[in-house]
Write a protein that binds this ligand. Structure first.
Ligand code: COA
Length: 326
């Protein structure tokens, strides 16, 4: 390594997949007692994508991964690891990540799934960054892929209008860079299992007698979200000796427009600096941050060299933040 350079994880490609079927708020109002006005005012959501039967977490994750690799110009055989964050895997095992591995032909990689609900992408980024910094891998795909439509209770208007399906992936590659000049600067992870009953899925293969549907105390989640997210973003800035003035973009988890706006405002950012996709995708859990990143990088808003702050909170509760210089 040249003098003064350090090994860091640099984001070199991003890809996405959204299911073909789009469902508007008006269509949701045909299923439950709700309205476009209520959903828009409380959440900012206008529509969501719902997966067809063939659009599983593995199918969508593979499509997103292929695009990320193509954007980076990297052969699938050069991938060392696939970390797939999901709460809606194709099977209890094998991991959805190995189905993606087979589908994209990344036969030299190892792969595993990661369960941290809506914080899954930040957790995945953190694990991948650790592997790269430690010299254990050079090229890692971090994927968020979710089909929440399979775990939604379509009789509960308080939750079913809030979520959607989709996937996105980033490729992280080891590079020797000047400190702070490029790559993942730091990641910050938290969880508090005492708050597990605020947002959870009632049942799974280990508890087959339960419904297996999402349950949420929305008001309590909302109350915790702004406080915990604000503290996580401040933690990321402090750890790097940076201030809010240094941030070019906030790419938050896309759960609710009001939560996104509150965190942006507390950080002193302008509305234009905050990437919002919740209106189009609703909450796609572990996929929401990379989907937003994909959108803002593809439309030319986020540029090389800029500093991007990521944050998320989800069931667990889990929460965290990450700072990346692109
Ligand atoms: N359409 C119409 N009315 C609805 C509704 C819907 N889809 N969902 C709930 N309501 C009703 C409730 O039944 C309640 O009626 P009531 O007063 O007659 O009992 C009323 O709206 C207010 O419900 P409340 O839950 O207090 O609304 P809220 O202002 O807290 O908004 C959320 C609800 C879910 C939008 C809000 O709490 C929220 O966004 N929480 C965070 C959720 C989140 O981000 N989760 C994911 C984290 S990863």
């Amino acid at each position: 390594m040249s003098e003064g350079l350090i090994r860091r994880s640099v984001l070199t490609g991003v890809g996405h997949y959204l299911p073909e079927k789009i469902t508007s708020n008006a269509e949701m109002a045909l299923r439950v007692d709700t309205s476009d006005d209520w959903i828009t005012e409380r959440t900012g959501i206008k529509q969501r994508h719902f997966a067809g039967s063939h659009e599983t977490a593995a199918f969508m994750g593979a499509a997103a991964a292929r695009e990320a690799l193509a954007k980076a110009g990297v052969d699938p055989l050069a991938v060392n690891a696939i970390i797939l964050a999901t709460s809606t895997p194709d099977q209890a095992f094998p991991a959805t990540a190995v189905h993606v591995q087979a589908a994209i032909g990344a036969h030299n990689a190892f792969g595993f799934d990661l369960a941290a609900a809506c914080s899954g992408f930040i957790y995945g980024l953190s694990v991948a960054d650790g592997l790269i910094r430690a010299g254990q891998a050079d090229n890692i795909l971090v994927i968020g892929s979710e089909v929440y439509s399979r775990i939604l209770n379509f009789e509960d208007r308080g939750t079913c209008v809030l979520f959607g399906d989709g996937a996105a992936a980033v490729l992280l590659q080891a590079r020797d860079v000047a400190p702070g000049s490029k790559g993942v600067l730091s990641t910050h992870l938290h969880s508090d299992g005492r708050l597990a009953d605020m947002l959870y899925v009632d049942g799974a293969v280990g508890q087959p007698e339960k419904s297996g549907k999402l349950v949420m105390n929305g008001r309590e989640v909302f109350r915790h979200a702004v406080t915990l997210l604000s503290s996580a973003v401040n933690e990321a800035l402090t750890a790097n000796g940076l201030t809010n003035k240094d941030i070019d973009w906030l790419v938050p988890h896309q759960a609710n427009r009001r939560i996104i706006d509150s965190v942006g405002k507390k950080l002193g950012l302008t509305e234009a600096q905050v990437v919002v996709t919740v209106d189009q995708h609703a909450n796609t859990s572990a996929a929401s941050i990379p989907l937003a990143l994909y959108q803002a990088m593809s439309d030319g808003r986020i540029l090389p060299g800029q500093l991007v702050l990521l944050e998320a909170l989800g069931g667990g509760l889990t929460w965290g933040s990450a700072l990346i210089r692109l």
